[in-house]
Design a protein around this ligand. Structure first.
Ligand code: NIG
Length: 430
């Protein structure tokens, strides 16, 4: 076998999770784990992965190549946070306090809070402000091993403010290492000035906001929140069809608080994803499975909104759907960058195993975003996005609740986060 040459190697991981297990497998097999595994990269791509004992026979390390020692650690692909509302101004801690006293998310929205409160703050912010506010959130995501994040607009809800949000999103890749996938979410809520002219706002989306965002190349997806208090099925259909016609793949916030038919709409449109799904019915699961829509689990928001019903992750997985998992970072329903908490909740509340949750946050999320040909797995030809976690096996990632074990993060073959040697490991106190 011809040798490959490498400028970076991550060596001797206690568990190298390649995500190359059997398709639609269950349990730990999905991880395709290699014990004492290593991975070699060149110019930002993976060129080899396998048992460390065969590395020296198959990989030539180039002069000056970097070697990361992963002994005693778990190595995974970079996490892919496929649903975030990363860009926003202001905060809603007061609403959190009200919810703790029993006031519902919908009741807060009806009295002028909720998404509307963040819209007011975001409209008042400049594009520069939005960029500045997003950077620490991205640093926190990186500290949990996130190397790719989707980011939505949706707190502008006017032509100029939606484009301002998308332009802020477009500036982020030059300023920090996380790769960003932009989504237009002008159908997040009907803005206050259109409360009595909903149709005019939908017209604005269809006739101006979506065409302008598409023309400027500022979004890859068009998303809609189809829910009581947000958009009706017919409004969502019109908006998402327009996006699709202009090359923006549809996504839906579907069946979050109630089952209005959003999941069926996702199936009808051939959407890329249906996200949330706390209220999905067995028939809805079948519809998604038949149409090949990816399901995205967002359990941190289910917890944060004190909903008693979590999305049926087990049933979605068993029905053969591609399942993604994300933080849903946003100021109202999931004020967290804690990807580890999502992994734990996916196990404790959505019914996945630790291995399946990890698969969903890497391979499943890459596929949900249409990036599965280059992200979310450790195999020759894939982008070299890797995370070294200082724990003995993948189960600890979900088991140690909300804990970041991340020691080293590599993006496109470059070390972008490095903690001091052993800083994440437990130290025995004599
Ligand atoms: O995905 N459900 C709609 N959108 C967000 C919440 C946004 C907000 O409350 O600001 C979500 O949960």
């Amino acid at each position: 076998m011809a040798m490959v040459s490498a400028d970076l190697a991550v060596r001797n991981a206690a568990e190298l999770c390649t995500m190359q297990g059997p398709e639609h497998g269950k349990g730990e097999a999905v991880l395709g784990s290699i014990a004492a595994g290593s991975v070699a990269c060149r110019e930002g791509r993976i060129v080899w992965a396998g048992p460390d004992r065969t590395l020296s026979a198959e990989v030539e390390m180039l002069p000056g190549a970097r070697v990361v020692d992963a002994s005693g650690c778990v190595v995974t692909p970079g996490l892919i946070d496929c649903h975030t509302h990363l860009i926003f101004a202001g905060e809603r801690a007061d609403e959190f306090a009200s919810r703790c006293e029993g006031v519902s998310y919908l009741a807060i929205a009806e009295r002028g809070g909720g998404i509307g409160a963040t819209v007011r703050a975001t409209r008042a912010a400049s594009e520069d402000d939005l960029v500045r506010l997003a950077l620490p959130r991205l640093r926190r995501l990186l500290s949990f091993g996130v190397t790719t994040a989707e980011a939505k607009s949706g707190y502008g809800l006017s032509l100029s403010d939606e484009l301002k949000m998308l332009r802020a999103i477009a500036r982020l890749p030059a300023l920090q290492p996380i790769e960003i996938v932009p989504t237009l979410l002008c159908a997040h809520a009907v803005p206050a000035e259109h409360a009595r002219s909903r149709g005019a706002y939908v017209d604005l989306c269809v006739q101006e906001i979506i065409p302008e965002a598409a023309k400027a190349g500022l979004a890859r997806f068009c998303d809609a929140f189809v829910e009581q208090g947000a958009f009706s099925l017919e409004e969502g259909r019109r908006i998402l069809r327009k996006g699709k016609e202009l090359g923006l793949a549809p996504r839906l916030h579907a069946d979050q608080l109630s089952a209005l038919g959003a999941v069926e709409l996702a199936a009808e449109l051939g959407a890329a994803t249906a996200d949330h799904l706390e209220s999905i019915s067995p028939r809805g699961i079948e519809a998604l499975a038949e149409s090949g829509v990816s399901a995205v689990l967002l359990p941190t928001s289910t917890l944060f909104l004190k909903q008693t019903r979590f999305a049926p992750g087990r049933a979605l997985w068993d029905a053969g759907l591609n399942v993604g998992l994300a933080t849903n970072l946003n100021p109202g329903s999931a004020m967290t960058e804690n990807a580890a908490l999502s992994l734990s909740l996916a196990c404790l509340c959505n019914g996945l195993s630790p291995a399946e949750a990890l698969w969903a946050f890497t391979r499943g999320s890459a596929r949900a975003l249409g990036l599965g040909d280059r992200l979310g797995a450790i195999a020759s030809g894939m982008q070299a996005d890797l995370v070294v976690h200082a724990c003995a096996n993948h189960r600890h990632l979900a088991y140690h609740l909300a804990m970041a074990h991340v020691e080293t993060v590599i993006k496109r073959g470059r070390v972008v986060l490095e903690r001091g040697p052993g800083s994440c490991r437990c130290v025995e106190v004599p």
